[in-house]
Design a protein. Sequence first.
Length: 363
Amino acid sequence: MNRSQVRLRPFPIKAKLGTLVVVSVFITTGLLIVALRTDTELRFITVFSVIATLLITQFVAHGLASPLAEMTTVARAISHGDYTRRVSGSDRGDELGSLAEMINRMADDLEAQDHHRKELVANVSHELRTPIAALRAVLENVVDGVSEADPETMRTALKQTERLGRLVETLLDLSRLDHGVVPLRARRFEVWPYLSGVLKEAQLTGAAVARRNLVSNSGSHSRTDVHLHLDVSPPELAGYADAERLHQVVANLIDNAVKHSPPHGRVTVRARAGTQPESLEIEVQDEGPGIPRSEWHRVFERFNRGASPKAHGPGSDGGTGLGLAIARWAVDLHGGRIRVAESARGCRIHITLPGRAPQVDLT
């Protein structure tokens, strides 16, 4: 056995207190024996015995009180919302070490829950902002007389209102996240009409936002020069997924691809059958500058906006860095996979959805 592997097991607190009593008795007895053999006065023996016992007691008490004081400080910080503090000495092996380990574990859980809560609020806020902005753009154009309240315009407003309603309804389901399960309302659907509707909604929303910015002379611009192309093979392809969650994925990927496309570029959405029954493979590809391979592992992180602002197209506003993170979250709920794929030009995001999406435990 190596010397580095030899580790003495620390004494438990009861053993330490018992050792303190035994040592104190031995010291007192030893001093009494010395006093009897050397004719030393008893008062000196008593003083020496008391001093020695106090020193040993102070040493042992410091070893017990110091970790407790640190635990009190950390517990107070946690109670005030600081979940980054940790207690040292969790590897002591005694009762205090076990208590320190439990406090650290509790702090880890609370920090994870707080991080998840903030991420959830950011993701929901991001999702709510898009239909609200589009609906406001459509209504402002109608009020300002820029566009007529024709059936097509009203259908656009209605779709955004319905999407808002669905998003608000999902807020009620988010409480189930505390129990570790997010419900998926998966169903079988025809891929072509579904994706065609998502692309059409993206085109109408972009046009409405562009008209609003033109009237208001806003400094930001919405891309209307990018062509959206849908490629589904075979045309009767069917899939099995949660329609609202999948809408989050495709809409965010299209929005991201449009922002990074060159002038008069092309964004292609492809759908193919997967290897399993009713499984689906979807790709969204643009003709922009692409993503450096060194950034592939970071593109789905929250608030990641790319290595360089030059990668954004002329209509890019920089974004919030949440779109791809939301896409990964929704794909993970389906038990699928989303990744950056090889591409000769631009960026290609590949999604794989299983035929039957299980409920995913997030704990």
